[in-house]
Ligand binder design. Structure first.
Ligand SMILES: NC(=O)C1=CN([C@@H]2O[C@H](COP(=O)(O)OP(=O)(O)OC[C@H]3O[C@@H](n4cnc5c(N)ncnc54)[C@H](OP(=O)(O)O)[C@@H]3O)[C@@H](O)[C@H]2O)[C@@H](O)CC1
Ligand SMILES: [K+]
Length: 514
């Protein structure tokens, strides 16, 4: 599923008209036809359906839907929101065609009580009040209509977006609580931001025939990363391979106060395919970690000060990737270690305290010639950008893209719908996972999984998107089988890596023949 911003959608619309010659009226007809087909497959002949249409082109889509469903014999009442006023040109034309077919409609503004009665009698409501043209707080009769529709508690099918929402942002003033939203040509960004995502219900894309060349030229690649893509990109292990083939990684994690972060991140890395893992820790936590991971090698130092002298020359370890950050603490020594690590000519994964330390050194990140992966949660992202968490959360797509492009990094902005952004600005949204992951340690596990994963794939984005998908899918599976959203621990996620990978490889084998 593609995801668009409002401006991208308007540019696509404009170019489709100017360069291709499909005008807005044709697109509106296509949109109405396509949504009507979807609705038809979900309703019954005895349903009482209300279509409520606004003044803009979203309303025009609604008018087409009402006409098509009426022609197919369904019981449809079309309500227009306004009495007169500036109805969009193509919506006016759609209404004229509707009337030419012999159909009538009612107007909310002069019949508010009758609308209430119709709402009560209805079984299904089609919301075509406002689409992507909504700006600012909801005004006029729309506010009342939206509140009345939500109160009545019927099945609401929304056209393009639930009316009232901002297409690009997560903030919500007042909006339709939809059962399903039929998104035109692709979802708008707000469908993957909170709280607006809570209003969409199920999302179904309808294709209105916009040529793919127009889409490619007028929008960034932004889409949901699907399970099918996970399956088709899972790495294959050649029979003649050996441990060196799968990479040598170093995980610098943990400190006296946070030894567990080193256990979680290292163990997750090991379970995610690393050929040879070395754990870089301070000596006095070795006894805690060693018992958990006998397979690993250790790079021990009495203190972070001691570690700093060795960081300057890791050549003997012949590393392919370094992960740094979980639980290392925030002091002068750990900052210097992060600064030195940035000079290493290998793939880097920076998380947690390393993200705190990297902020003054972003210019050095920009100069790196090997992949750099930053995995912030919204709070860490806000601090990297000197913004509030709310500002980041409401605009996750743009904020991530600007940051990734500016510093030439791969960015994994965590949260529900984690977004993976590449240095060129392509974005892939994850849809696995649930609130069980909102717990200390689950980020450390993801860092380890990412470190393990990047060594298994030639394509960094696929490695990141797959690690994020698997991390979330394990939580989903635990909650669906043996756990609740309250009790999933980070260690449970690690224990879930093998069963989930096993299942995915079986499915891959089944679907691809190897
Ligand atoms: N390729 C495509 O993309 C295609 C898109 N199509 C469809 O077009 C939709 C976009 O249509 P659109 O641009 O006409 O905007 P739309 O959402 O109907 O709203 C505009 C109206 O809302 C009003 N209004 C605005 N803010 C408001 C507020 N806060 N509170 C109250 N009112 C407010 C505004 O009033 P004004 O500000 O002008 O006074 C104006 O009257 C899109 O979502 C899709 O469904 C298809 O038909 C064809 C192909
Ligand atoms: K709508």
């Amino acid at each position: 599923m593609r995801i668009f911003s409002k401006n991208e959608m308007y540019n696509i619309d404009q170019e489709t008209m100017e360069k291709i010659g499909l005008n807005n009226g044709m697109l509106m007809e296509n949109a109405g036809q396509a949504v009507a087909r979807e609705i038809e497959s979900r309703i019954k002949k005895n349903d009482k359906i209300i279509v409520i249409a606004g003044k803009g082109n979203n309303g025009g889509d609604g008018v087409v839907i009402a006409r098509i469903l009426k022609e197919r014999g369904f019981s449809i009442e079309l309500w227009m929101s306004h009495k007169g006023g500036s109805v969009a040109e193509d919506a006016q034309r759609a209404l004229k065609i509707y009337e030419n077919c012999g159909h009538s409609y009612k107007i909310y503004e002069e019949n508010e009580e009758a609308f209430q009665i119709s709402l009560k009698k209805s079984t299904v409501i089609v919301d075509a009040l406002l689409g992507i043209g909504t700006k600012g707080k909801v005004r006029g009769p729309y506010r009342n209509i939206i509140e009345e529709m939500n109160e009545i508690n019927k099945i609401i099918y929304a056209v393009d977006i639930p009316s009232g929402l901002n297409a690009d942002k997560g903030e919500v003033d007042v909006a339709i609580k939809a059962h399903t939203t039929f998104v035109i040509q692709g979802a708008k960004q707000g469908a993957f931001l909170f709280p607006s995502a809570n209003f969409y219900g199920g999302i179904k894309t309808v294709d209105i025939g916009i040529p793919s060349s127009v889409i490619e030229q007028n929008s960034y690649v932004k889409r949901r990363w699907s399970k099918n893509e996970v399956l088709s990109s899972l790495p294959h292990r050649d029979i003649s391979s050996h441990k060196g083939t799968y990479g040598r990684a170093l995980m610098i994690a943990g400190s006296e106060n946070m030894p567990g972060a080193a256990v979680l991140s290292s163990k997750a890395a090991s379970r995610s395919g690393v050929g040879l893992l070395t754990i870089g820790i301070i000596e006095n936590i070795k006894s805690i970690i060693g018992s958990h991971l006998p397979e690993a090698m250790y790079n021990l130092h009495q203190s972070h000060q001691g570690m700093l002298s060795e960081v300057k020359d890791y050549s003997s370890l012949q590393l392919d990737a370094i992960g740094i950050g979980p639980g290392i603490g925030r002091n002068k020594e750990t900052e210097k270690i992060v600064e030195e690590i940035l000079k290493q000519q290998v793939t880097l994964v920076l998380d947690a305290d390393a993200l705190f330390h990297v902020k003054p050194h972003l210019q050095k990140v920009k100069e790196r010639r090997f992949p750099t992966i930053l995995t912030p949660h919204p709070g860490e992202m806000a601090s990297l950008l000197d913004l509030s968490i709310k500002e980041v959360e409401s605009d996750r797509f743009e904020k991530s893209r600007e940051f990734a492009q500016t510093y030439g990094i791969y960015l994994v902005l965590k949260g529900p719908f984690t977004i993976v952004t590449t240095p060129s600005g392509e974005q892939f949204v994850n849809s696995s996972g649930n609130p069980a992951l909102a717990k200390g340690g689950s980020g450390d596990v993801l860092t380890g999984m990412i470190l393990g994963s990047v060594l298994q794939y030639e394509n960094v984005q696929k490695a990141l998107s797959n690690a994020v998908f698997i991390h979330g899918a394990i939580a989903d599976q635990l909650v669906a089988s043996t756990h609740s959203p309250l009790d999933v621990l980070a260690t449970d996620i690690i224990e879930g890596i093998s069963p989930l990978l096993h299942e995915l490889y079986r499915e891959k084998e089944y679907s691809t023949g190897y």
